[in-house]
Design a binder for this molecule. Sequence first.
Ligand SMILES: C[S@@+](CC[C@H](N)C(=O)[O-])C[C@H]1O[C@@H](n2cnc3c(N)ncnc32)[C@H](O)[C@@H]1O
Length: 347
Amino acid sequence: MIDGTMRAAPPTPRAPAGPGIGATLTDRRRPPLSSDHGVKTILRSAAARLVRARPLGKSPVNAYLRLNRRIWSHLTPSIMALTAARAYGAFLHRLVELRTARRQYFGTFFFRNRAQLRLVRKLAERRPVGSTFTMAFLGCSNGAELYSVLWTIRSARPDLRVISHAVDISEDILALAREGLYSLTSPGLVGEAIFARTTGEEAKAMFDAAAAGHQVRIKPWLQEGIAWHLGDAASEDILGLLGTHDMVLANNFLCHMDPPHAERCLRAIARLVAPGGHVVVSGVDLDVRTSVALDLRWIPVLDLMEDVHEGDPSLRNAWPWEYWGLEPLDKRRHDWRVRYASVFQLR
Ligand SMILES: C[S@@+](CC[C@H](N)C(=O)[O-])C[C@H]1O[C@@H](n2cnc3c(N)ncnc32)[C@H](O)[C@@H]1O
């Protein structure tokens, strides 16, 4: 854990762990196993059998997925909402998970999920006037998410003293984030059109033009109060390095880990959240997040939950065709409040 340029934030004083916005008592109980569980088990074993099958000495899975993808693109929203269609989608997604090796990506966007940004702002707005708000951004990539969040909070609450810690496991991408200099013409390491979700007005407010208009640089006031750390969010010493925070964001890197590793990492991340603080965690295997949230009795924040769930097209449109794809929200599930929340208050 190298390169921390500021000291770790001191532990935040213990705050009463009140319910998240709109959380209900029933969200806090571990629900009983239901028929969902039985269907899921059947689908999982059918997918595993299909992945192992070699009828003509060759796996039929890729051809099968290609054909299904073509058919799927013609389904209407009302057909897709049917229980059978969702179950079939889950089966296809399981096939994809089984045949794809997970690997890390740098992909990110400024203003990636507008609803999530609104919710983060609402939570920050509850802080007393003139107080300090400490945040940790894990898997910060080139800084697009971090600067979008900081701009959102600081524009809404200029009185808050926001202290941030940004962590990434890659030295190259962390250097980009720290420099805050972005090409307008080439996606570079990130491989995405990082400004595709940014309005002209936001760009003007956040960046200065650089290099004869081919690049833009984050305005210096947005870079104040950030400590940069090269490190592994899953490591044992991450708590000693970062301390605890009012809000910890851990978006879109846990999905690229195998589920057992992601679960260990998410439990380590939970220790970075001060009691009563919030964790923001999207882009993660939903079974992993649900199991950790239930086990640690996290309180789901229900405000804007559906908008946040739908808020990142890179995740929603990727289901069921990529392992990181996010399944449609299904209120018929007994555990839907915990399963589909991506912001939780911790006790
Ligand atoms: C897909 S990007 C997500 C960026 C941003 N959080 C977002 O949601 O747009 C994932 C980032 O997580 C970083 N990462 C992967 N594993 C990590 C780990 N164990 N600890 C810290 N960072 C990690 C990767 O290097 C990459 O920059």
